[in-house]
Design a protein around this ligand. Structure first.
Ligand SMILES: Nc1ncnc2c1ncn2[C@@H]1O[C@H](COP(=O)(O)OP(=O)(O)OP(=O)(O)O)[C@@H](O)[C@H]1O
Length: 255
């Protein structure tokens, strides 16, 4: 089943076209990586999918719904969860509270019931806690559930952010540079985590610069350069694609 599809999606910032006429799709259960040199338009593409930006042109279809003028919180509720390139955890909250915050978009109790802790709200609070603990256990974070999230080492913070995104119960999970700033061992661990999440039935779109990680996890790779989609294919096809190699080498990077 096709989870997400974009047609001719374009985003211009004044005269700069950050994303240009991009056709893209992801099927249920896939891990797709979105790669490209710095400034290629990858994060802008995520921001279009998650309603942070509205496309200048083109359309985005999530399941059977066109995302037109949808707000980020509405898109989270529809089933797209994400992490950010620069980690954005709630600074005064524990690991558990951060993850519980992700679950609240799935709760039904009204503010009155929540404030006065009426039985329906209390029941829901218990359910939120239980579900959050389950996610922490799944990502091996339960033992640090009471730590203040932002005081943790970087690798753990990234994992907590993923846990919070999973708590929104996404049908599509977007990970923006999940291994940025990590050492080789942590990157390997992250590779295992991403695979484990997919094996649980999630569909994942990843932006990542680390080619070893990209090659190790992706079913398919889509490449952007100056906002244009320049290639799409299996990891081994992309690795040998001349346009891709040129895009990276031309900018001093390495494919
Ligand atoms: N809000 C904005 N206003 C103006 N220009 C922007 C804005 N956001 C992004 N851009 C520009 O759009 C282009 C694409 O940026 P984007 O951050 O999407 O690239 P990227 O592929 O994610 O890069 P990186 O790998 O370095 O994170 C860049 O030239 C960037 O400077």
């Amino acid at each position: 089943m096709r989870i997400l599809e974009t047609k001719n999606v374009t985003k211009a910032f004044g005269g700069l076209v950050a994303v240009n006429d991009v056709d893209f799709h992801i099927e249920e259960g896939e891990i797709v990586s979105l790669i490209g040199p710095n400034g290629a338009g990858k994060t802008t593409f995520f921001n279009l999918i998650t309603g942070i930006y509205e496309p200048t042109k083109g359309e985005i279809k999530f399941l059977d719904q066109f995302l037109k003028k949808s707000k980020p919180y509405e898109i989270t509720k529809l089933g797209i969860g994400r992490t950010f390139q620069n980690i954005r955890l709630f600074s005064s909250m524990t690991v558990l509270e951060n993850v519980m915050a992700g679950q609240y978009c799935r709760t039904k109790a009204d503010l009155f019931s929540a404030i006065f802790k009426l039985p329906n709200a209390r029941k829901e609070e218990d359910r939120v806690m239980e579900k959050s603990l389950e996610i922490l256990d799944f990502l091996d974070l339960k033992k640090i559930k009471d730590e203040i999230a932002v005081s943790l080492p970087y690798g753990y913070q990234r994992r907590v952010e993923i846990a919070r995104a999973l708590a929104t119960e996404p049908k599509l999970l977007l990970l923006d540079e999940p291994a940025a700033g990590m050492n080789t061992g942590e990157k390997k661990e992250m590779q295992g985590i991403i695979r484990k999440i997919r094996d649980k039935g999630f569909t994942i779109l990843v932006i990542e610069h680390d080619m070893k990680l990209v090659m190790g996890i992706s079913d398919r790779i889509v490449v952007l350069d100056y906002g244009n989609k320049i290639a799409e294919g299996l990891p081994q096809e992309i690795q040998h694609n001349e346009r891709v190699i040129e895009a990276y080498l031309g900018k001093g990077g390495a494919a």
